[in-house]
Design a protein around this ligand. Structure first.
Ligand SMILES: N[C@@H](CCC(=O)N[C@@H](CS)C(=O)NCC(=O)O)C(=O)O
Length: 207
């Protein structure tokens, strides 16, 4: 049975298409018309009580939260390739940066416009500047977060950075733009972009 991704191309589900393409599994996209509120219906709320995309269903497994979906796919279908093995010391670095994305990069960037009124010692994301510096240090000289080795952590963190650079939510440091440019060249990313574009065209959405 194919994996089903509840999808809208303007949502984080578009990044999950990249995860699926990197993983190399069969999948189908289920259109969720978020502009018409289809993600707030009782049926959808049974899948994700947050009323948010993405949602991935794989047989009896139901996964929400973009980073969790990436980690699930890599462990389940690409262990040792997109996810370091359980006994590989690189797994610590892998998990660290995969989870840094939703727990530090996203909230720090979202909190920034409010003028940093939070106590950096109490909130998990510290400060916007510390987040930028730590992200830059994680990328280092690259090409990927684990050096020469590309993993799902790059899809998770790189996907967040791409989105935030596009919407000017993080400053365009050369380390960030060069890293995202490298990721954009990956054939799996290009296939995902084409698939998302095809859904947009099918539903008459602006690219
Ligand atoms: N923490 C969630 C966030 C999901 C999320 O905010 N999804 C947005 C689209 S990118 C959404 O469905 N928004 C519609 C809404 O909240 O009404 C994740 O990482 O997957």
């Amino acid at each position: 049975m194919a994996i089903t991704l509840y999808h809208h191309p303007w949502s984080r589900a578009s990044g999950v298409v990249w995860m699926l393409e990197e993983t190399g599994v069969d999948y189908e996209l289920r259109w969720v018309d978020i502009m018409a509120g289809a993600h707030k219906t009782p049926e959808f709320l049974k899948l994700n009580p947050m009323g948010k995309l993405p949602v991935l269903v794989d047989g009896a497994a139901l996964v929400t939260e973009t980073a969790a979906i990436g980690l699930y796919l890599a462990d389940r279908y690409a262990a040792g390739r997109l996810a370091p093995a359980l006994d590989d010391p690189a797994r610590g670095t892998y998990l660290r940066w995969a989870l840094f994305s939703p727990s530090v990069i996203e909230p720090a960037a979202a909190a920034q416009p409010s003028g940093g009124k939070f106590n950096p010692g109490a909130v998990g994301w510290g400060t916007y500047e510390a987040m930028l510096d730590a992200t830059e240090a994680a990328i280092g000289s690259g090409p990927y977060l684990l050096g020469e080795r590309f993993t799902m952590a790059d899809v998770i963190l790189g996907g967040t950075l791409r989105f935030m650079l596009n919407f000017k939510m993080v400053e365009p440091r050369p380390a960030f733009t060069d890293y995202v440019k490298r990721l954009d060249e990956r054939p799996a990313f290009q296939r995902s972009a084409a698939r998302n574009a095809a859904v947009m065209a099918e539903h008459g959405l602006k690219q």
